[in-house]
Design a protein around this ligand. Structure first.
Ligand SMILES: *[C@@H]1O[C@H](CO)[C@@H](O)[C@H](O)[C@H]1NC(C)=O
Ligand SMILES: *[C@@H]1O[C@H](CO)[C@@H](O)[C@H](O)[C@H]1NC(C)=O
Ligand SMILES: *[C@@H]1O[C@H](CO)[C@@H](O)[C@H](O)[C@H]1NC(C)=O
Ligand SMILES: *[C@@H]1O[C@H](CO)[C@@H](O)[C@H](O)[C@H]1NC(C)=O
Length: 452
């Protein structure tokens, strides 16, 4: 069933892959500021955020296979999954994705273990749960990377949480190495908060020892909306500040949906000559259509009345079945990606320059701004942030750095619990405030109810 459908959808791709035995997919590694396949070809992400319900989407093999047919048609080579159950069996889905050349970026935190922006801490419970997810997914060659957090920092005064995110990365890298796992890249997925740029990005990659740095940094950015351009969208500024960045960087969410329909023009900038020497691609938010209206596919019309109580329906949306492309968004993305095939640089050529990449400076602590002392040690496991404490990683001003009362505080209410990933920080501060405020409002009304 799957093969015949898939063959009609993507004959060339699958014809090639049929010769490859299961599990033989090449692994991905981070070298310098880029990702590479084992054969030395650079890997650029064309990814899709894949979370059908709050629960693990990688345990229903039949559903994965139905979705893979359409993902392959799009030209995707990666998915991002936010929540998994480490104790479940993922073999069927992971092998099906591997056979389609699709890699996984997975968040290590579970619903109760994410690092929090307010009173951040990093403790053994979190370590064990993060470790269990890594234990499970390290066995699959198509696990391309893991995140220690998604949008932990969401406000201008959230910088005190950054050392806790980095401590988690440090410890998960050490855990990975102690267990003898391959060097699966460990990274972080940041909300695009103008007040934290470029400090957060630089902080995550500036530590003296590689063991204390992220292996990659990624950004959830919704700056490019409708008919825009490289310079108008703000991407040229993102590019400027990422030039010379010493670890891989990519968009872990993108795809602004106002105005509709989405044309995904930004893909041509990211995967084209403007940005492809610096950025490693993008993950489009998101696969399934639901209330927030970011879907590339749906599993049928939204369900009301008696239909809404069926077992695979949540919040009025069917969460399983045969994916039906959302028109014209699905084909718009397909057309964009079809023309974008950056080749980058061969690892053999790149190796020398990778080893001479210069390090970047840790951002200085500023009063009322970035409140992390650049020379403080990272938190140890079990440490909890206490404002103003002598052992805190912040500076003396950390306890008193309050929100500005503008975009930064507005965005606090629009994250995680409601609007989730749809944090938008446009280049234009006025648009930004309006957009974030409207997100917060719709979040409050439950219109963007969401689990992230
Ligand atoms: C390396 O492997 C990737 C993924 O299988 C493939 O797309 C690429 O063409 C290969 N490169 C070479 C030089 O064979
Ligand atoms: C870690 O913190 C959580 C609260 O976020 C708490 O429930 C848990 O007991 C803590 N674990 C340890 C080992 O202190
Ligand atoms: C780029 O960095 C400068 C400071 O070096 C900062 O003022 C600016 O906001 C940053 N822009 C972006 C888009 O990150
Ligand atoms: C940041 O500001 C918000 C709103 O003013 C406040 O609730 C929060 O506690 C502040 N966080 C820190 C770490 O100061």
């Amino acid at each position: 069933m799957f093969s015949s459908l898939a063959l009609s959808a993507a004959p060339l791709l699958l014809a090639g892959l049929h010769a490859v035995t299961v599990g033989a997919v090449p692994t991905i590694s981070a070298v310098g500021s880029k990702f590479f396949y084992e054969n030395g070809t650079q890997y650029y992400i064309k990814g899709i955020a894949y979370q059908l319900t709050p629960d693990d989407p990688l345990i229903d093999t039949a559903q994965c296979k139905r979705d893979i047919v359409r993902m392959s048609e799009l030209g995707a080579n990666a998915i991002r999954v936010y929540h998994v159950d480490a104790s479940a069996d993922h073999k069927g889905c992971m092998e099906a994705f591997a056979n389609a050349g699709i890699y996984l970026f997975v968040d290590l935190d579970t619903f109760t273990t994410q690092i929090e922006q307010d009173s951040p801490h990093w403790n053994e419970t979190q370590y064990n749960r993060f470790g269990a997810v890594l234990d499970e997914f390290q066995q699959y060659d198509n696990t391309a990377g893991v995140f220690v957090g998604n949008e932990v920092l969401t406000t201008a005064n959230g910088s005190i949480a950054a050392p806790y995110v980095l401590a988690a990365a440090r410890d998960m890298k050490a855990y990975r190495d102690k267990k003898g796992y391959r060097e699966i890249p460990v990274g972080y997925s940041a909300a695009d908060i103008a007040d934290l740029r470029p400090m957060l990005q630089n902080y995550m990659a500036c530590q003296e020892k590689a063991a204390d740095r992220l292996d990659f940094y990624s950004l959830n950015a919704y700056e490019w909306c409708g008919e825009s351009s490289y310079s108008v969208s703000g991407y040229s500024e993102l590019q400027k500040n990422a030039t010379g960045y010493p670890i891989p960087i990519f968009f872990s969410e993108t795809g602004c949906n106002t105005p509709a329909p989405r044309t995904f023009d930004d893909q041509a900038a990211i995967l084209g000559s403007e940005m492809d020497d610096t950025w490693s691609g993008a993950i489009i938010y998101e696969w399934i259509e639901e209330t927030n209206d970011y879907g590339l596919i749906s599993y049928g019309p939204s369900a009301t009345g008696a239909a809404a109580t069926k077992s695979n329906v949540e919040d009025g949306y069917t969460r399983a079945g045969t994916p039906i492309p959302i028109s014209p968004d699905f084909s718009n993305l397909k057309s964009q990606w079809a023309t974008l095939n950056p080749t980058g640089v061969a690892l053999s050529e790149y190796k020398a320059s990778a080893s001479s990449l210069s390090s970047i400076e840790c951002p200085a602590s500023t009063s009322g701004g970035w409140a992390v002392n650049p020379s403080a040690n990272l938190p140890t496991m079990g440490q909890t942030y206490t404002s103003g404490a002598a052992d805190s990683t912040g500076t003396g001003s950390s306890g008193s750095s309050s929100g500005t009362g503008t975009s930064s505080s507005a965005s606090a209410s629009s994250t995680k619990d409601n609007a989730g990933s749809a944090i938008v920080v446009a280049g234009n501060p006025v648009t930004e405030r309006l957009f974030v405020a409207s997100l917060a409002l719709s979040g409050a009304l439950g219109l963007v109810a969401f689990w992230l």
